[in-house]
Design a protein around this ligand. Structure first.
Ligand SMILES: *Cc1c(COP(=O)(O)O)cnc(C)c1O
Length: 357
């Protein structure tokens, strides 16, 4: 069976070395030494000033919304994972969808201004499939209308924009280290900001608002992560160059194998170095997409309709039709990419695909 993705598993002995230390210390959570070590190593690797390691990427979004004090309406994208929208609703705000660009699949900045009202306080958008949004255009609109910007950068580990980690852009960037992501800690996530006050506030928020034993500084939540998760991250980080490189080679091979096929791939943002986290392909119609999906499944290959459905169709949001997002969501599949996927498997995946096309 070939799934759409598999978690990278480091050599077990490497993980067990960390377990020994955990057993010696009997310190298993609450900002332990492995969590601190992982935070430092990730900051060094990504070359970012601040990062707070959290329990998952959804809590990261919620902490970001809370820390910026967003209220009322938040402009967002209909083409993302459900957590982008549900976090907005969970924080008591209203998502206002703006349609996407059909080539990058990111929010179309030219449509943002007409969606802004006097209730709008922020923009929360996803760098879809690790491909940066039009950051400059979004920041200009935010500055003009005094809005905060949060990037859901859950797919972006290793992506750079203008030579800097894409996590450095926006008021806050969030990411996910879930097992399905390029770099993972089983479950996990993070928030990034260049603003020291915000960073301080979020560091309190992730730990119930504690400012010392019996002392509280604002409302908080339990957003901490454990030594066991951090240990997985420390192991995986030593293999990150191989992981990034294998993804890149696999995507380039798919490009080659599908060169003649009638499929559309995404346009990467100029001045970005993409991390090749996913391999999305867009077909000419939903009928063809479903046929491909079926043919692949028959061969024990499981791509994913990602993202499907378009998020404005959720029952708990205002259903304003997003033509492009809805259309693309019906015609897109992410082909398998994961560390030990072989070239032979990729050839067989594209062969099956080309028979239908
Ligand atoms: C994975 C993902 C999330 C949620 O992250 P978790 O760590 O699973 O909570 C949010 N947004 C996007 C775009 C994602 O892909």
């Amino acid at each position: 069976m070939i799934p759409v993705t598999k978690p990278f598993m480091p050599p077990r002995e490497e993980y067990e070395e960390y377990l020994k230390k955990v057993w010696e210390r009997e310190w298993v959570t609450n900002n332990g030494p492995l969590v601190q070590e992982l935070e430092q190593k990730l900051k060094d690797f990504l070359d970012v000033p601040n990062m707070l390691y959290l329990s998952n990427g959804t809590i990261a979004l919620q902490v970001a919304i809370k820390a910026l004090g967003l209220k009322g309406e938040i402009i967002t994208t209909p083409f993302s994972y459900v957590a982008t929208t549900s976090s907005i609703v969970w924080e008591g705000c209203e998502p206002v969808f703006v349609d996407i660009d059909p080539h990058t699949l990111n929010i179309n900045p030219a449509l943002i201004e007409e969606a802004i009202t006097d209730k709008t306080t922020g923009i929360l958008v996803t760098h879809v499939f690790g491909n940066p949004c039009d950051i400059e255009a979004i920041q200009a609109i935010a500055d003009k209308h005094n809005l905060k910007v949060i990037y859901d950068a859950a797919h972006c580990f290793g992506t750079t924009y203008k030579g800097r980690s894409v996590f450095e852009y926006g008021d806050i960037s969030t990411t996910s280290f879930h097992a399905t992501k390029l770099f993972h800690t089983v479950e996990g996530g993070a928030v990034f900001t260049r603003n020291e006050d915000l960073n301080y506030r979020m560091s309190r928020m992730r730990n119930f608002g504690h400012a010392g034993p019996g002392k509280f500084d604002g409302v908080g939540i339990n957003g901490k992560n454990s030594e066991f998760h951090a240990a997985m991250g420390l192991c995986n980080l030593t293999h990150i160059e191989e992981i990034l490189n294998s993804r890149k080679q696999q995507c380039l091979l798919y490009d080659k194998l599908l060169k003649e096929a009638p499929v559309q791939s995404i346009s990467i943002q100029e001045q970005a170095e993409w991390n090749y986290a996913y391999y999305p392909v867009i077909f000419e119609s939903e009928a063809v997409t479903l046929m491909i999906n079926k043919a692949l499944k028959k061969n024990d290959i499981y791509p994913r309709r990602y993202f499907y459905p378009s998020l404005e169709t959720l029952e708990y949001v205002k259903n304003e039709e997003m033509m492009i997002s809805k259309d693309i969501s019906k015609r897109i599949l992410c082909l398998p990419v994961y560390f030990d996927l072989t070239n032979t498997e990729q050839v067989s995946i594209t062969k099956t695909l080309k028979i239908v096309l």
